[in-house]
Design a protein around this ligand. Structure first.
Ligand code: BES
Ligand code: ZN
Ligand code: ZN
Length: 501
Protein backbone atom coordinates (compact mmCIF):
# COMPACT_ATOMS: atom_id res chain seq x y z
CA UNK A 1 0.00 0.00 0.00
CA UNK A 2 1.31 3.43 -0.96
CA UNK A 3 0.63 6.57 1.07
CA UNK A 4 1.01 10.10 -0.18
CA UNK A 5 0.60 13.44 1.53
CA UNK A 6 -1.13 16.29 -0.21
CA UNK A 7 -1.01 19.80 1.25
CA UNK A 8 -3.49 21.38 -1.19
CA UNK A 9 -7.12 22.33 -0.57
CA UNK A 10 -9.58 19.45 -0.26
CA UNK A 11 -11.24 20.46 -3.50
CA UNK A 12 -8.11 19.17 -5.28
CA UNK A 13 -8.94 15.58 -4.25
CA UNK A 14 -9.49 13.59 -7.44
CA UNK A 15 -9.58 9.96 -6.35
CA UNK A 16 -12.57 7.64 -6.36
CA UNK A 17 -13.65 8.71 -2.89
CA UNK A 18 -12.83 11.40 -0.35
CA UNK A 19 -13.21 10.49 3.33
CA UNK A 20 -14.30 13.33 5.59
CA UNK A 21 -14.91 13.44 9.34
CA UNK A 22 -17.98 15.26 10.72
CA UNK A 23 -18.28 16.19 14.36
CA UNK A 24 -21.62 16.94 15.93
CA UNK A 25 -21.96 20.47 14.67
CA UNK A 26 -24.69 22.02 12.61
CA UNK A 27 -22.62 23.80 9.97
CA UNK A 28 -19.61 23.09 7.84
CA UNK A 29 -17.07 25.50 9.21
CA UNK A 30 -13.33 25.76 8.75
CA UNK A 31 -11.79 22.95 6.75
CA UNK A 32 -15.04 21.95 5.12
CA UNK A 33 -16.23 25.38 4.04
CA UNK A 34 -14.65 24.93 0.63
CA UNK A 35 -16.50 21.68 0.04
CA UNK A 36 -19.82 23.13 1.18
CA UNK A 37 -19.26 26.05 -1.19
CA UNK A 38 -19.01 23.69 -4.12
CA UNK A 39 -22.39 22.29 -3.13
CA UNK A 40 -23.94 25.73 -2.67
CA UNK A 41 -24.44 25.13 1.04
CA UNK A 42 -26.36 21.88 0.58
CA UNK A 43 -23.93 19.89 2.75
CA UNK A 44 -24.80 22.05 5.72
CA UNK A 45 -28.47 21.46 4.96
CA UNK A 46 -27.97 17.69 4.68
CA UNK A 47 -26.31 17.58 8.08
CA UNK A 48 -29.08 19.74 9.57
CA UNK A 49 -31.71 17.42 8.15
CA UNK A 50 -29.86 14.39 9.44
CA UNK A 51 -29.23 13.01 5.94
CA UNK A 52 -25.52 13.19 6.65
CA UNK A 53 -25.11 11.73 10.12
CA UNK A 54 -22.59 13.16 12.53
CA UNK A 55 -23.28 10.40 15.06
CA UNK A 56 -20.25 8.32 16.02
CA UNK A 57 -19.84 5.13 13.96
CA UNK A 58 -22.38 6.27 11.31
CA UNK A 59 -21.20 6.85 7.75
CA UNK A 60 -22.94 8.48 4.78
CA UNK A 61 -21.86 8.21 1.17
CA UNK A 62 -22.85 10.84 -1.35
CA UNK A 63 -22.15 11.10 -5.07
CA UNK A 64 -20.62 14.41 -6.10
CA UNK A 65 -22.30 14.60 -9.54
CA UNK A 66 -19.28 16.39 -10.96
CA UNK A 67 -19.36 19.20 -8.40
CA UNK A 68 -16.01 17.95 -7.08
CA UNK A 69 -13.16 16.16 -8.84
CA UNK A 70 -13.60 13.22 -6.51
CA UNK A 71 -16.43 10.88 -7.49
CA UNK A 72 -17.84 10.35 -3.99
CA UNK A 73 -17.54 11.71 -0.49
CA UNK A 74 -17.80 9.41 2.51
CA UNK A 75 -18.80 11.32 5.63
CA UNK A 76 -17.71 9.70 8.85
CA UNK A 77 -19.73 10.64 11.94
CA UNK A 78 -17.55 11.30 14.97
CA UNK A 79 -20.13 12.37 17.55
CA UNK A 80 -19.45 15.09 20.09
CA UNK A 81 -15.89 16.44 20.01
CA UNK A 82 -15.55 16.21 23.78
CA UNK A 83 -16.51 12.50 23.80
CA UNK A 84 -14.10 11.53 21.05
CA UNK A 85 -11.29 9.28 22.27
CA UNK A 86 -8.53 7.53 20.32
CA UNK A 87 -10.47 4.31 20.77
CA UNK A 88 -13.87 5.60 19.53
CA UNK A 89 -12.17 7.38 16.64
CA UNK A 90 -10.74 4.03 15.54
CA UNK A 91 -14.19 2.43 15.79
CA UNK A 92 -15.75 5.10 13.58
CA UNK A 93 -12.88 4.75 11.13
CA UNK A 94 -13.37 0.97 11.18
CA UNK A 95 -16.97 1.40 10.06
CA UNK A 96 -15.81 3.83 7.36
CA UNK A 97 -13.12 1.42 6.16
CA UNK A 98 -15.63 -1.37 5.78
CA UNK A 99 -17.78 0.95 3.63
CA UNK A 100 -14.70 1.81 1.53
CA UNK A 101 -13.95 -1.87 1.06
CA UNK A 102 -17.47 -2.46 -0.21
CA UNK A 103 -16.94 0.22 -2.85
CA UNK A 104 -14.22 -2.03 -4.36
CA UNK A 105 -12.01 0.92 -5.22
CA UNK A 106 -8.24 0.93 -5.57
CA UNK A 107 -7.52 4.43 -4.32
CA UNK A 108 -9.10 7.11 -2.15
CA UNK A 109 -8.25 10.32 -0.32
CA UNK A 110 -8.64 11.22 3.33
CA UNK A 111 -9.28 14.73 4.68
CA UNK A 112 -7.05 14.03 7.67
CA UNK A 113 -7.49 17.40 9.36
CA UNK A 114 -11.25 16.84 9.63
CA UNK A 115 -10.50 14.06 12.13
CA UNK A 116 -8.47 16.35 14.34
CA UNK A 117 -9.98 17.67 17.57
CA UNK A 118 -8.75 19.39 20.74
CA UNK A 119 -7.59 16.03 22.11
CA UNK A 120 -6.40 14.56 18.84
CA UNK A 121 -3.64 15.95 16.63
CA UNK A 122 -3.08 15.02 12.98
CA UNK A 123 -0.52 12.33 13.80
CA UNK A 124 -3.00 10.64 16.19
CA UNK A 125 -5.62 10.72 13.45
CA UNK A 126 -3.11 9.28 10.95
CA UNK A 127 -2.21 6.44 13.32
CA UNK A 128 -5.89 5.79 14.09
CA UNK A 129 -6.82 5.76 10.41
CA UNK A 130 -4.24 3.20 9.34
CA UNK A 131 -4.72 0.97 12.37
CA UNK A 132 -8.50 0.96 11.88
CA UNK A 133 -8.30 0.51 8.10
CA UNK A 134 -5.84 -2.36 8.35
CA UNK A 135 -7.79 -4.14 11.09
CA UNK A 136 -11.32 -3.68 9.84
CA UNK A 137 -10.66 -4.79 6.26
CA UNK A 138 -8.94 -8.01 7.42
CA UNK A 139 -10.23 -11.28 5.98
CA UNK A 140 -9.22 -14.84 6.71
CA UNK A 141 -9.38 -16.51 3.33
CA UNK A 142 -9.76 -20.05 4.62
CA UNK A 143 -9.52 -23.11 2.46
CA UNK A 144 -12.47 -22.94 0.10
CA UNK A 145 -11.80 -23.43 -3.60
CA UNK A 146 -11.07 -19.95 -4.90
CA UNK A 147 -13.84 -18.13 -6.77
CA UNK A 148 -13.01 -16.60 -10.16
CA UNK A 149 -13.92 -13.09 -8.99
CA UNK A 150 -10.79 -10.97 -9.11
CA UNK A 151 -10.38 -9.10 -5.82
CA UNK A 152 -9.98 -5.34 -5.74
CA UNK A 153 -7.43 -4.11 -3.25
CA UNK A 154 -6.74 -0.58 -2.15
CA UNK A 155 -3.36 0.31 -3.62
CA UNK A 156 -2.93 3.90 -2.62
CA UNK A 157 -4.30 6.38 -0.09
CA UNK A 158 -3.74 10.11 -0.33
CA UNK A 159 -3.89 12.13 2.89
CA UNK A 160 -4.79 15.81 2.72
CA UNK A 161 -3.29 17.64 5.67
CA UNK A 162 -1.58 20.86 6.61
CA UNK A 163 0.44 19.08 9.31
CA UNK A 164 4.13 18.20 8.95
CA UNK A 165 4.22 15.54 6.23
CA UNK A 166 7.23 13.63 7.65
CA UNK A 167 5.50 13.29 11.02
CA UNK A 168 2.25 12.22 9.43
CA UNK A 169 4.05 9.61 7.32
CA UNK A 170 5.69 8.17 10.42
CA UNK A 171 2.32 7.99 12.20
CA UNK A 172 0.76 6.25 9.18
CA UNK A 173 3.51 3.67 9.27
CA UNK A 174 3.03 3.12 13.02
CA UNK A 175 -0.75 2.75 12.58
CA UNK A 176 -0.27 0.17 9.81
CA UNK A 177 2.25 -1.70 11.96
CA UNK A 178 -0.27 -1.99 14.79
CA UNK A 179 -2.98 -3.17 12.41
CA UNK A 180 -0.74 -5.69 10.66
CA UNK A 181 0.48 -7.14 13.98
CA UNK A 182 -3.13 -7.73 15.02
CA UNK A 183 -3.98 -9.30 11.66
CA UNK A 184 -1.05 -11.70 11.80
CA UNK A 185 -2.16 -12.77 15.28
CA UNK A 186 -5.69 -13.29 13.97
CA UNK A 187 -4.47 -15.49 11.15
CA UNK A 188 -2.48 -17.64 13.58
CA UNK A 189 -5.57 -18.05 15.78
CA UNK A 190 -7.82 -18.87 12.81
CA UNK A 191 -5.48 -21.52 11.41
CA UNK A 192 -6.57 -25.06 12.36
CA UNK A 193 -4.47 -27.22 14.68
CA UNK A 194 -3.53 -29.75 11.99
CA UNK A 195 -1.97 -26.97 9.94
CA UNK A 196 -0.50 -24.90 12.77
CA UNK A 197 1.52 -27.38 14.82
CA UNK A 198 4.18 -26.29 17.30
CA UNK A 199 6.77 -26.91 14.58
CA UNK A 200 4.89 -24.57 12.21
CA UNK A 201 4.51 -21.94 14.93
CA UNK A 202 8.27 -22.12 15.48
CA UNK A 203 8.88 -21.71 11.74
CA UNK A 204 6.66 -18.65 11.76
CA UNK A 205 8.64 -17.18 14.67
CA UNK A 206 11.87 -17.87 12.75
CA UNK A 207 10.54 -15.92 9.77
CA UNK A 208 9.69 -12.98 12.03
CA UNK A 209 13.16 -13.14 13.53
CA UNK A 210 14.74 -13.01 10.09
CA UNK A 211 12.53 -10.12 9.01
CA UNK A 212 13.27 -8.00 12.08
CA UNK A 213 16.70 -9.22 13.08
CA UNK A 214 15.55 -10.68 16.39
CA UNK A 215 17.78 -13.10 18.19
CA UNK A 216 15.98 -16.44 18.06
CA UNK A 217 16.18 -19.77 19.86
CA UNK A 218 13.88 -22.73 19.33
CA UNK A 219 14.34 -25.44 21.96
CA UNK A 220 13.48 -28.98 20.88
CA UNK A 221 12.35 -31.87 23.07
CA UNK A 222 15.88 -33.07 23.86
CA UNK A 223 17.01 -29.64 24.98
CA UNK A 224 13.88 -29.32 27.11
CA UNK A 225 14.64 -32.64 28.75
CA UNK A 226 18.15 -31.45 29.42
CA UNK A 227 16.83 -28.27 31.05
CA UNK A 228 14.26 -30.20 33.08
CA UNK A 229 11.14 -28.61 31.59
CA UNK A 230 9.00 -31.36 33.08
CA UNK A 231 5.78 -29.32 33.07
CA UNK A 232 5.70 -28.52 29.35
CA UNK A 233 6.97 -32.01 28.54
CA UNK A 234 4.17 -33.60 30.58
CA UNK A 235 1.56 -31.77 28.48
CA UNK A 236 3.30 -32.97 25.32
CA UNK A 237 3.57 -36.59 26.49
CA UNK A 238 0.46 -37.83 24.67
CA UNK A 239 1.27 -36.16 21.38
CA UNK A 240 2.97 -37.30 18.19
CA UNK A 241 3.89 -33.66 17.50
CA UNK A 242 7.16 -32.52 19.07
CA UNK A 243 6.94 -29.60 21.53
CA UNK A 244 8.81 -26.30 20.99
CA UNK A 245 9.95 -23.60 23.35
CA UNK A 246 10.13 -20.53 21.12
CA UNK A 247 12.29 -17.59 22.19
CA UNK A 248 12.70 -14.23 20.42
CA UNK A 249 14.82 -11.39 21.74
CA UNK A 250 14.56 -7.76 20.76
CA UNK A 251 17.44 -5.68 22.03
CA UNK A 252 16.62 -1.96 21.82
CA UNK A 253 19.02 -0.69 24.51
CA UNK A 254 22.80 -0.63 24.85
CA UNK A 255 22.66 -3.12 27.68
CA UNK A 256 20.48 -6.19 28.28
CA UNK A 257 18.69 -4.74 31.31
CA UNK A 258 15.10 -3.79 32.27
CA UNK A 259 14.00 -6.71 30.13
CA UNK A 260 10.27 -7.26 29.64
CA UNK A 261 9.38 -10.94 29.32
CA UNK A 262 6.25 -11.72 27.28
CA UNK A 263 5.14 -15.30 27.81
CA UNK A 264 2.35 -16.64 25.55
CA UNK A 265 0.43 -19.89 25.92
CA UNK A 266 1.01 -21.80 22.70
CA UNK A 267 -1.30 -24.83 22.97
CA UNK A 268 -2.01 -25.53 19.30
CA UNK A 269 -4.97 -27.75 20.20
CA UNK A 270 -6.47 -28.57 23.60
CA UNK A 271 -8.46 -31.80 23.84
CA UNK A 272 -8.26 -31.59 27.63
CA UNK A 273 -6.19 -34.78 27.73
CA UNK A 274 -7.58 -37.55 29.98
CA UNK A 275 -9.71 -34.94 31.75
CA UNK A 276 -11.20 -34.76 28.29
CA UNK A 277 -13.42 -31.93 27.13
CA UNK A 278 -17.05 -32.60 26.17
CA UNK A 279 -17.75 -32.59 22.42
CA UNK A 280 -19.10 -29.04 22.43
CA UNK A 281 -16.23 -27.69 24.50
CA UNK A 282 -13.53 -29.10 22.26
CA UNK A 283 -14.56 -27.29 19.08
CA UNK A 284 -12.66 -24.03 18.81
CA UNK A 285 -9.66 -25.25 20.80
CA UNK A 286 -7.41 -24.48 17.82
CA UNK A 287 -7.50 -20.97 19.35
CA UNK A 288 -5.70 -22.15 22.49
CA UNK A 289 -2.52 -20.54 21.19
CA UNK A 290 -4.12 -17.09 21.29
CA UNK A 291 -1.56 -15.98 23.88
CA UNK A 292 1.29 -17.02 21.61
CA UNK A 293 -0.39 -15.19 18.72
CA UNK A 294 -0.69 -12.01 20.80
CA UNK A 295 2.99 -12.16 21.73
CA UNK A 296 4.09 -12.78 18.13
CA UNK A 297 1.76 -10.01 16.90
CA UNK A 298 3.29 -7.66 19.46
CA UNK A 299 6.80 -8.67 18.37
CA UNK A 300 5.92 -7.84 14.76
CA UNK A 301 4.77 -4.37 15.84
CA UNK A 302 7.91 -3.97 17.97
CA UNK A 303 10.05 -5.03 14.99
CA UNK A 304 8.43 -2.27 12.92
CA UNK A 305 8.39 0.59 15.43
CA UNK A 306 11.73 -0.25 17.09
CA UNK A 307 11.24 1.13 20.61
CA UNK A 308 14.25 1.68 22.89
CA UNK A 309 13.40 -1.28 25.11
CA UNK A 310 14.50 -4.84 25.70
CA UNK A 311 12.04 -7.67 25.21
CA UNK A 312 12.22 -11.43 25.43
CA UNK A 313 9.25 -13.34 24.02
CA UNK A 314 8.83 -16.89 25.23
CA UNK A 315 6.26 -19.32 23.82
CA UNK A 316 5.92 -22.79 25.30
CA UNK A 317 4.12 -24.76 22.59
CA UNK A 318 2.55 -28.21 22.17
CA UNK A 319 -0.87 -29.71 21.66
CA UNK A 320 -2.66 -31.47 24.54
CA UNK A 321 -3.63 -34.94 23.38
CA UNK A 322 -4.82 -38.32 24.63
CA UNK A 323 -2.88 -41.53 24.05
CA UNK A 324 -1.27 -44.43 25.89
CA UNK A 325 1.67 -42.23 26.72
CA UNK A 326 -0.29 -39.14 27.78
CA UNK A 327 0.08 -37.69 31.30
CA UNK A 328 -2.73 -38.49 33.70
CA UNK A 329 -4.57 -37.04 36.66
CA UNK A 330 -2.67 -37.94 39.86
CA UNK A 331 0.72 -37.73 38.13
CA UNK A 332 3.36 -35.65 39.87
CA UNK A 333 5.71 -33.73 37.61
CA UNK A 334 8.74 -31.51 38.19
CA UNK A 335 8.88 -28.10 36.53
CA UNK A 336 12.08 -26.41 35.36
CA UNK A 337 11.97 -24.21 38.48
CA UNK A 338 12.30 -27.35 40.61
CA UNK A 339 8.77 -26.98 41.99
CA UNK A 340 6.79 -30.20 41.88
CA UNK A 341 3.19 -30.24 40.70
CA UNK A 342 0.39 -32.68 41.40
CA UNK A 343 -1.74 -32.94 38.26
CA UNK A 344 -5.38 -33.03 39.28
CA UNK A 345 -6.73 -32.09 35.88
CA UNK A 346 -4.95 -32.58 32.55
CA UNK A 347 -7.22 -29.91 31.05
CA UNK A 348 -5.49 -27.32 33.23
CA UNK A 349 -2.51 -27.71 30.88
CA UNK A 350 -1.93 -24.07 29.95
CA UNK A 351 -0.61 -23.17 33.39
CA UNK A 352 1.83 -26.11 33.19
CA UNK A 353 3.20 -24.96 29.86
CA UNK A 354 3.39 -21.38 31.15
CA UNK A 355 5.19 -22.47 34.32
CA UNK A 356 8.24 -23.53 32.30
CA UNK A 357 7.79 -20.55 29.97
CA UNK A 358 7.99 -18.14 32.91
CA UNK A 359 11.07 -19.84 34.35
CA UNK A 360 12.78 -19.83 30.97
CA UNK A 361 11.98 -16.14 30.46
CA UNK A 362 13.67 -15.45 33.80
CA UNK A 363 16.67 -17.48 32.64
CA UNK A 364 16.89 -15.28 29.57
CA UNK A 365 17.15 -12.21 31.77
CA UNK A 366 13.54 -11.04 32.05
CA UNK A 367 13.08 -8.54 34.91
CA UNK A 368 9.35 -8.05 34.34
CA UNK A 369 6.88 -10.69 33.25
CA UNK A 370 3.57 -10.59 31.43
CA UNK A 371 1.88 -13.88 30.60
CA UNK A 372 -0.97 -14.00 28.09
CA UNK A 373 -3.15 -17.07 27.80
CA UNK A 374 -6.51 -18.52 26.85
CA UNK A 375 -6.33 -20.00 30.31
CA UNK A 376 -9.77 -20.58 31.81
CA UNK A 377 -13.42 -20.91 30.93
CA UNK A 378 -13.91 -19.34 34.34
CA UNK A 379 -12.81 -15.91 33.13
CA UNK A 380 -15.67 -15.95 30.60
CA UNK A 381 -18.17 -16.72 33.37
CA UNK A 382 -16.68 -13.95 35.53
CA UNK A 383 -16.23 -11.16 32.96
CA UNK A 384 -17.97 -12.12 29.72
CA UNK A 385 -16.44 -12.37 26.27
CA UNK A 386 -15.31 -8.78 25.87
CA UNK A 387 -12.99 -8.32 28.83
CA UNK A 388 -9.61 -9.84 29.51
CA UNK A 389 -9.08 -10.90 33.12
CA UNK A 390 -5.90 -9.76 34.87
CA UNK A 391 -3.97 -10.67 38.00
CA UNK A 392 -0.83 -9.01 39.32
CA UNK A 393 1.68 -9.06 42.13
CA UNK A 394 2.72 -5.45 41.41
CA UNK A 395 0.20 -2.62 41.13
CA UNK A 396 2.64 -0.13 39.60
CA UNK A 397 3.49 -2.51 36.77
CA UNK A 398 -0.18 -3.35 36.31
CA UNK A 399 -0.96 0.38 35.96
CA UNK A 400 1.28 0.51 32.89
CA UNK A 401 -0.48 -2.50 31.34
CA UNK A 402 -3.88 -0.97 32.13
CA UNK A 403 -2.90 2.31 30.50
CA UNK A 404 -1.78 0.53 27.33
CA UNK A 405 -4.94 -1.56 27.18
CA UNK A 406 -7.18 1.49 27.60
CA UNK A 407 -5.54 3.23 24.69
CA UNK A 408 -5.76 0.10 22.56
CA UNK A 409 -9.46 -0.35 23.33
CA UNK A 410 -8.67 -3.85 24.65
CA UNK A 411 -10.43 -3.85 27.99
CA UNK A 412 -8.92 -5.62 30.96
CA UNK A 413 -10.34 -6.06 34.44
CA UNK A 414 -8.26 -6.91 37.45
CA UNK A 415 -9.29 -9.89 39.57
CA UNK A 416 -8.31 -10.12 43.23
CA UNK A 417 -5.24 -12.16 44.16
CA UNK A 418 -4.87 -12.88 47.86
CA UNK A 419 -2.79 -14.98 50.26
CA UNK A 420 -5.69 -17.41 50.37
CA UNK A 421 -5.47 -17.89 46.60
CA UNK A 422 -1.76 -18.68 46.94
CA UNK A 423 -2.60 -21.16 49.70
CA UNK A 424 -5.06 -22.95 47.47
CA UNK A 425 -2.61 -23.55 44.59
CA UNK A 426 -0.05 -24.68 47.16
CA UNK A 427 -2.56 -27.17 48.58
CA UNK A 428 -1.20 -30.59 47.72
CA UNK A 429 -0.36 -33.43 50.13
CA UNK A 430 2.41 -34.78 47.97
CA UNK A 431 3.77 -31.90 45.84
CA UNK A 432 4.57 -28.17 46.07
CA UNK A 433 1.58 -27.16 43.97
CA UNK A 434 -1.59 -28.59 42.49
CA UNK A 435 -2.79 -27.54 39.06
CA UNK A 436 -6.53 -27.46 39.79
CA UNK A 437 -7.77 -26.44 43.23
CA UNK A 438 -11.45 -26.73 42.22
CA UNK A 439 -14.01 -24.69 40.34
CA UNK A 440 -14.47 -21.88 42.86
CA UNK A 441 -12.79 -18.77 41.45
CA UNK A 442 -10.94 -20.85 38.90
CA UNK A 443 -9.91 -17.91 36.71
CA UNK A 444 -8.03 -16.65 39.77
CA UNK A 445 -6.62 -20.11 40.47
CA UNK A 446 -5.21 -20.31 36.94
CA UNK A 447 -3.46 -16.98 37.33
CA UNK A 448 -2.35 -17.71 40.89
CA UNK A 449 -0.67 -20.91 39.69
CA UNK A 450 1.29 -19.06 37.00
CA UNK A 451 2.21 -16.40 39.59
CA UNK A 452 4.11 -19.02 41.59
CA UNK A 453 6.70 -18.98 38.80
CA UNK A 454 7.21 -15.20 38.78
CA UNK A 455 9.25 -15.78 41.93
CA UNK A 456 9.22 -12.18 43.08
CA UNK A 457 9.49 -10.42 39.71
CA UNK A 458 6.81 -7.83 38.87
CA UNK A 459 4.24 -9.82 36.95
CA UNK A 460 0.90 -9.36 35.20
CA UNK A 461 -1.30 -12.23 34.05
CA UNK A 462 -3.78 -11.74 31.20
CA UNK A 463 -6.47 -14.38 30.68
CA UNK A 464 -7.84 -13.96 27.15
CA UNK A 465 -10.04 -17.09 27.03
CA UNK A 466 -13.07 -14.86 26.38
CA UNK A 467 -11.46 -12.23 24.17
CA UNK A 468 -9.11 -14.15 21.84
CA UNK A 469 -12.00 -14.99 19.53
CA UNK A 470 -15.36 -13.42 18.81
CA UNK A 471 -18.58 -14.98 17.54
CA UNK A 472 -19.62 -11.99 15.48
CA UNK A 473 -18.08 -9.22 13.40
CA UNK A 474 -17.41 -5.84 15.03
CA UNK A 475 -16.25 -2.35 14.00
CA UNK A 476 -12.61 -3.36 13.71
CA UNK A 477 -12.88 -6.84 12.28
CA UNK A 478 -14.70 -10.02 11.36
CA UNK A 479 -15.68 -12.93 13.61
CA UNK A 480 -12.97 -15.40 14.60
CA UNK A 481 -9.56 -14.58 16.03
CA UNK A 482 -9.32 -11.03 17.37
CA UNK A 483 -5.56 -10.72 17.83
CA UNK A 484 -6.39 -9.27 21.25
CA UNK A 485 -3.46 -8.03 23.37
CA UNK A 486 -1.03 -7.71 20.46
CA UNK A 487 -1.54 -3.94 20.55
CA UNK A 488 -1.66 -3.68 24.34
CA UNK A 489 1.64 -5.56 24.69
CA UNK A 490 3.32 -3.54 21.95
CA UNK A 491 2.12 -0.27 23.48
CA UNK A 492 3.20 -1.40 26.95
CA UNK A 493 6.68 -2.06 25.58
CA UNK A 494 6.82 1.20 23.64
CA UNK A 495 5.85 3.31 26.66
CA UNK A 496 7.45 1.20 29.38
CA UNK A 497 9.09 3.02 32.29
CA UNK A 498 11.19 0.76 34.55
CA UNK A 499 9.88 0.66 38.11
CA UNK A 500 11.89 2.25 40.90
CA UNK A 501 13.85 -0.40 42.74
N1 BES B 1 -8.00 -23.82 26.98
C1 BES B 1 -8.83 -23.95 28.10
C2 BES B 1 -9.57 -22.66 28.48
C3 BES B 1 -10.56 -22.12 27.50
C4 BES B 1 -11.89 -22.39 27.64
C5 BES B 1 -10.15 -21.29 26.48
C6 BES B 1 -12.81 -21.87 26.75
C7 BES B 1 -11.07 -20.77 25.57
C8 BES B 1 -12.39 -21.04 25.72
C9 BES B 1 -8.03 -24.38 29.33
O1 BES B 1 -6.91 -25.14 29.06
C10 BES B 1 -8.94 -25.19 30.20
O2 BES B 1 -9.41 -26.19 29.76
N2 BES B 1 -9.17 -24.72 31.41
C11 BES B 1 -10.02 -25.38 32.33
C12 BES B 1 -9.34 -25.31 33.66
C13 BES B 1 -9.97 -26.18 34.71
C14 BES B 1 -9.79 -27.61 34.35
C15 BES B 1 -9.34 -25.89 36.03
C16 BES B 1 -11.36 -24.66 32.36
O3 BES B 1 -11.37 -23.44 32.24
O4 BES B 1 -12.38 -25.31 32.48
ZN1 ZN C 1 -7.30 -27.22 28.93
ZN1 ZN D 1 -6.03 -24.84 27.18
Amino acid sequence: MKFSINQNELTAANQECLVVGVHNQPTFEGKLKELDHKFEGYLTQLVKDGDISSKAKKVTKIHTFGKLKTKRVLFVGLGKQKDLTFDTLKESLGVASKALKQMKISSFSVALDTFVSEEMVATDAAHAFMEAFTMSTYEFHGYKKKSNQPEVHVESIEFFTSADSKEVETALHIGSAFGNGVNSARTLVNTPGNLLTSTKLAEYALELAERYNFEVEILDKEEMEHLGMGALLAVNQGSVEPPKMIVLKYNGKDEWKDVIGLVGKGITFDTGGYSIKPKDGIVGMKADMGGAAAVLGAMEIIGEIKPEQNVVAVIPSTDNMVSGSAFKPDDVITSMSGKTIEVLNTDAEGRLALADGMTYAKHQGANYLVDVATLTGGVIIALGEDKTGALTNNEAFFEQVLEASGESGEYIWQLPYTENDKKRVRGSDIADLNNSPGRAGHAIMGGAFVGEFAEGLPWVHLDIAGTATTKGSYELGPKGGTGVMARTLALLVERFVPLEK
